[in-house]
Ligand binder design. Structure first.
Ligand code: G3I
Length: 334
């Protein structure tokens, strides 16, 4: 409605405000999305298995619809994601005989994929998550043990960034990961990106996913991660922000609405977190929520399938929550 201020307009002097979308949302709540967000990311529809399901077949309908919507409404698009261990079809890593693809074959597929996908949206997608979640977060190992690593070795990251840069020299290229405020993983991410920069990789930023909850991580841990990454002189994008009302280990399923206590914690946290982001607005150039409103979130199916969650600043009717007002307070610096 008319009286509700626009969220992205409130932060117009600070950073982009984005949302993860899919074509269904664009069709049913496009006006709402365009009013409050000035950047969008495809939640799934540009991932390898969706946009390139078979070796000789790309499927650009959904991606095109999302990019066209953004162009029509003067919004930015973040491309998500070119190289990931998830949502990538098995054929990518197989040879024609059903064995494991050779290094040469996988490299040539990586090149075709990046040339074709980045090339299609050249000039329209301003930032790409080139490599997603390549760091191991359970053991002492640095790199996650993926097919990309097994077949190509660690240089697959450098190669992916070079290919993306060649396909669209104007696009900003990001390494994107989660648990990014954990001190151990933070250092692994820092060292990885530092090493890539030293090798001359065209990498322009670090994506901090921001899948947090109403209890943690602490503002201090978030601050230390921002400072550490920013010390590499790269841009920071918050790429997938949501504040779950449950701790990760909490598996309870009895709630049909959030408790008042949960909402108060969420309001406080949203305000503190955005005040923190504003302190670092020289580095943070974009803040994207991993959804548009509590009407739909991937957290409704994670970690418990079918359990509702309420992680955003708009409610299930797309109306502003108290958290939304807290963001406006933060924006005003009051
Ligand atoms: O489209 C299929 C449908 O055909 C099928 O019948 C149905 C049954 O399971 O699943 C549908 O696919 C689901 C897909 O989302 C599209 O809705 C998958 O099961 C489901 O696993 C998939 O989840 C996505 C998840 O990535 C998969 O890795 C979430 O929506 C998406 O929010 C999530 O996003 C990731 C980021 O890309 C990277 N960072 C973490 C973030 C959260 O996990």
């Amino acid at each position: 409605s008319k009286e509700i201020p626009s969220l992205h307009y409130a932060f117009r002097d600070n950073f982009k405000i984005g949302a993860a979308v899919h074509t269904g949302l664009i069709r049913t709540e496009g006006d709402f999305i365009a009013r409050h967000y000035n950047s969008i990311t495809a939640e799934n529809q540009m991932k390898f298995e969706e946009i390139h399901p078979e070796e000789e077949r790309y499927s650009f309908e959904a991606g095109d619809e999302i990019v066209d919507f953004a162009v029509r409404n003067g919004m930015s698009v973040r491309g998500h994601t070119l190289v990931w261990h998830n949502q990538t079809s098995d054929w990518v890593f197989q040879d024609p005989a059903g064995g494991t693809a050779s290094r040469e074959l996988l490299l040539s597929r990586l090149k075709s994929h990046i040339d074709t996908v980045v090339g299609r949206y050249k000039g329209q997608i301003s930032a790409w998550d080139v490599v997603n979640e390549a760091i191991e977060d359970k053991t002492d190992l640095t790199m996650r043990d993926t097919k990309w690593l097994q077949i190509l070795g660690e240089d697959y990251l450098l190669e992916a960034f070079r290919l993306a840069h060649a396909a669209d020299p104007q696009a900003l290229l990001f390494y994107n990961d989660y648990n990014e405020t954990d001190p151990v993983k933070r250092e692994k991410i820092y060292e990885l990106v530092k090493g890539l920069l030293e090798k001359g990789a065209p990498i322009h930023g670090i994506g901090m996913q921001g899948h947090w909850n109403i209890h943690g991580p602490s503002i201090e841990d978030i601050r230390m991660a921002i400072e550490r990454y920013a010390s590499l002189n790269v841009q920071l994008h918050i790429t997938e922000l949501d504040l779950s009302v449950f701790r990760h280990e909490d598996r309870r399923t009895d709630l049909i609405e959030p408790t008042a206590e949960m909402m108060e914690l969420q309001e406080q946290r949203y305000e503190e977190i955005f005040r923190l982001f504003l302190e670092y607005q020289a580095s943070i150039t974009s803040v994207t929520f991993w959804g548009t409103s509590d009407h739909y979130t991937w957290l409704d199916n994670f970690p418990v399938r079918g359990r509702k969650n309420w992680p955003f600043v708009f409610d299930q009717q797309r109306q502003p929550k108290e958290s939304f007002s807290r963001l406006l307070n933060a924006a005003k610096g009051s």
